[in-house]
Design a protein around this ligand. Structure first.
Ligand code: 5AD
Ligand code: SF4
Ligand code: FES
Length: 343
């Protein structure tokens, strides 16, 4: 019976709230994943794109209740990479075949707009055939415009949850869903390729909240969609909450692929952390991007948004080879490419 419903979803690329809720909690998901694989293949063949992730600062002024980098966590040693260290990471990444660099960090105003622009310009002049993606949180529209003018073309900012009341349970009053959404619309308006997304199984999340996340993404039409299970971090207010479900996350990856056929969907580090084969399973459910870490190994453990994060002891080259093998085990191939969206 459900096979027909999934086939119809595959055709129409949309479903009612009720059907979506059933699919999110589907226990026999084989057909759902097969359809998602087929749809991914239509748009991206067997190609999996990589993004070299440079976690350049773990300072953050915010206090999201779920994240180990929150300002009030005094148990984490803070670090910042120097611009030179960032350029070295990118050079190493380039040699390993990465053609997109993601500069990711907490909300750290030590890195002024001018500094970020300078870094973006330098990365571009060092590697003109690469894309620079920023993932540095909420800033003013003028700042986003300056980053764009400096050559950044992609920006990742997960909305985290599209339900206002739920957002309020995950963040202190100083933060608002309305502002976060405004940032996303501003980024889009400026011309960025935008990435958004949410955690699966964050505390207090309901099935209705997840449907609201999907509906918000339908409005936003992002180029990239990142999701992963919530994972507790011991030094946060949610340190003793249960992790999100692997199965629900995989079902949602497949649902996203069917709703947003063109989207760049990473099989995230959080998926790899919750299960040793999590990233392979994500690819088999329709994901088409992996984001290995390029940060210097000595800093990796400190970028502790959640506990037991994988790859914190590995060199960039090890991650590259490890991922290449993992991608091959599911019949796909890592490509050396900027990995632009195919609409
Ligand atoms: N578990 C899983 N994901 C998390 N993030 C932050 N904290 C956690 C956690 N404890 C995600 C958020 C954020 C991204 C950088 O990492 O969605 O946007
Ligand atoms: Fe800061 Fe982002 Fe962590 Fe929130 S999720 S505390 S903004 S690094
Ligand atoms: Fe980092 Fe496997 S991807 S060691």
């Amino acid at each position: 019976m459900f096979e027909c419903i999934i086939d119809k979803f595959y055709e129409t690329r949309d479903a009612s709230d009720e059907v979506l809720k059933c699919l999110i909690d589907l226990s026999d998901s084989e057909h759902l994943y097969e359809c998602a694989m087929r749809r991914r293949r239509e748009f991206y063949q067997d190609d999996v794109y990589t993004r070299g992730l440079i976690e350049f600062t773990n300072y953050c002024k915010n206090n999201c209740y779920y994240c180990g980098l929150r300002a009030q966590n005094h148990n984490v040693e803070r670090y910042r990479l120097t611009p030179e260290e960032i350029y070295e990471c990118a050079d190493e990444g380039y040699a390993l075949g990465y053609r997109t660099f993601v500069l990711q960090g907490g909300e750290d105003r030590y890195f002024s707009d001018d500094m970020i622009c300078e870094i973006v310009r330098r990365l571009h002049s060092d590697h003109p055939d690469c894309a620079v993606t920023l993932s540095i949180g909420e800033r003013e529209r003028e700042s986003y415009q300056a980053f764009y003018d400096a050559g950044a073309r992609r920006y990742l900012l997960r909305h985290e949850t599209a339900n206002d009341a739920h957002y309020g349970k995950l963040h202190p009053e100083t933060m608002s869903l309305e502002h976060r959404k405004q940032c996303l619309w501003d980024l889009k308006d400026i011309g960025f390729q935008v990435g958004s997304g949410f955690m699966v199984g964050s505390p207090f999340q309901t099935l209705d909240d997840l449907v609201a996340d999907l509906r918000f993404l339908q409005e936003l039409q992002p180029d990239m969609i990142g999701i992963g299970p919530f994972l507790p971090q011991a030094d946060t207010p949610f340190g003793d909450r249960p992790a999100g479900s692997l199965k629900r996350t995989l079902n949602l990856v497949a649902i996203l692929r069917l709703m947003f056929p063109y989207a760049l969907i990473p099989s995230t580090t959080a998926l790899g952390t919750i299960d040793p084969k999590g990233r392979e399973l994500g690819l088999k459910a329709g994901a088409n991007v992996v984001m290995p870490n390029l940060s210097p190994t000595r800093f990796r453990k400190l970028y502790a948004i959640y506990d037991n994060k994988i790859c914190t002891g590995d060199e960039s080259a090890q991650c590259r080879h490890c991922l290449e093998k993992r991608v091959e085990t599911v019949g796909l191939r890592l490509v050396i490419d900027r990995g632009d969206v195919r609409r």
